[in-house]
Design a protein around this ligand. Structure first.
Ligand code: HEC
Ligand code: HEC
Length: 360
């Protein structure tokens, strides 16, 4: 047993000082919270079994995330010299200050050409099971290689030309070296896409619904909680569930009642008969800011999208009051934009050998 030091061996002054130190007053006991309404608790538990809150940190997936890589990716996201006419960047069709969309039914690309599909948001997209309406790219890194070479989007002739352009801009060499340390030749088409992917993985928008899923019942207004119940009771969660409230499976548009479209969706990728008109179920995060809706961008308002969904996917006719309830709930999926992180970067200056814009 260790000997207990005799009181007399303690310095007397210190002891006196300790006695005189005013003690912090004991904080008053917190008021007992009002007993939570059991129905509200049950609703939250039901929601927590269907949805997950956004992760606190970006998920790296196949990537290795570093501040240098994310910063390079952000610069490249705004880089117009990776387009043939040097007028288009990723941000042209996925405006980060407009919730990651262009607000058009279908996007305008090189020489004003119209694409066939609506531009989906890049916010939270890294958490989807795959990228594009038809899921043809497995992740955001693979996806980023597409639009630059797409003749009706950024229209660059080939990946070698993109690398030539990036190497001709002196300011990119140190940025790529910092983002891909230890590599002999870091400016490559793959690394360009990997850096953009790293940036996109950082684009998460935590919303009141995430706080609610985390146990803060007051994060959703009573009206939003009514809407949540309607959303679940109607059956929307058969398809729109998980961390991005959608984005986790493929489903046919017009499952119960045919939807008028000539777009074959996933069939064009898999050539399976059962994949005709099958699309990735879109995420509903920030949905009240990403009109117009559906792959063809033909649906102008969220109310109309909800009405059509109930009809075509579930064979249900919703009352206007139910549509309003669901719209109100969906508002709780909107998080503030990370304005600091997305402020447009200063693009490095062109060098003497940087190719000129080719508008032809
Ligand atoms: C001319 C407009 C345009 C440009 C420029 C453009 N995109 Fe897109 N983007 C689209 C459209 C349209 C789609 C949907 C196409 C499809 O699904 O077939 C899309 C899809 C995506 C998706 C998939 C999101 C999801 O939920 O499936 C991501 C991620 C994305 N783009 C990122 C980028 C990046 C990164 C760049 C720059 C390298 C870029 N886009 C350039 C229009 C554009
Ligand atoms: C059987 C699966 C399924 C069910 C059930 C379902 N959806 Fe969808 N939802 C989809 C698919 C697939 C799309 C994409 C359709 C397209 O663009 O062709 C979609 C698209 C949407 C969109 C447009 C998203 C965008 O970015 O364009 C909204 C809004 C939506 N659904 C809300 C709902 C609501 C509300 C319910 C319940 C009334 C519901 N959905 C039920 C599969 C489903």
């Amino acid at each position: 047993m260790r000997p207990v030091p005799a009181l007399a061996t303690l310095p007397l002054l210190a002891l006196l000082a300790a006695c005189e130190t005013p003690q912090a007053p004991t904080p008053p006991a917190p008021p007992t919270p009002p007993a939570a309404d059991p129905a509200a608790v049950a609703l939250q538990a039901r929601a927590a079994s269907l949805f997950q809150a956004l992760p606190a940190q970006p998920v790296a997936g196949s990537n290795e995330l570093s501040a240098a890589r994310v910063e390079l990716g952000k610069t490249l996201f705004f880089e117009t010299r990776m387009s043939k006419n040097q007028e288009l960047s990723c941000n042209s069709c996925h405006s980060l200050d407009k919730y990651g969309v262009d607000g058009k039914p279908t996007s305008t690309g090189f020489k004003g050409q119209l694409g066939g599909r609506n531009s989906p948001t890049v916010y939270n997209a890294s958490l989807h099971l795959a990228q594009f309406w038809d899921g043809r790219a497995p992740d955001v890194e693979a996806q980023a290689k597409g639009p630059i070479l797409n003749p009706i989007e950024m229209a660059m002739p080939d990946d070698a030309h993109v690398v030539t352009v990036l190497k001709s801009i002196p300011g990119y060499a140190p940025l790529f070296a910092a983002a891909f340390p230890g590599q002999a030749d870091p400016i490559s088409y793959d690394n360009m896409a990997t850096a953009i992917g790293a940036f996109e993985r950082s684009l998460l928008t935590p919303a009141p619904f995430d706080r609610y899923l985390g146990g803060d019942l007051s994060a959703l207004s009573p009206e939003q909680q009514v809407g949540l119940a309607t959303f679940m009771d109607t059956g929307c969660t058969t398809c729109h569930a998980g961390v991005t409230v959608g984005g986790q499976m493929y489903q046919k548009i017009g499952l119960v009642k045919p939807y008028d479209t000539t777009d074959m969706g996933r069939f064009d990728i898999t050539h399976e008969e059962s994949d005709k008109m099958v699309f990735k179920v879109p995420s509903l995060r920030n949905i009240d800011h990403t009109a117009p809706y559906f792959h063809d961008g033909k649906v102008a308002t969220l109310d109309q999208a909800i009405l059509l969904m109930a009809d075509h996917q579930l064979g249900k006719q919703l009352e206007p009051a139910q549509v309003a309830q669901i719209t109100t709930f969906l508002g709780s999926l909107t998080g503030p934009l990370p304005t600091q992180a997305i402020a447009p970067p200063t693009l490095p200056e062109s060098g003497p050998d940087t190719p000129k814009a080719d508008p032809t």
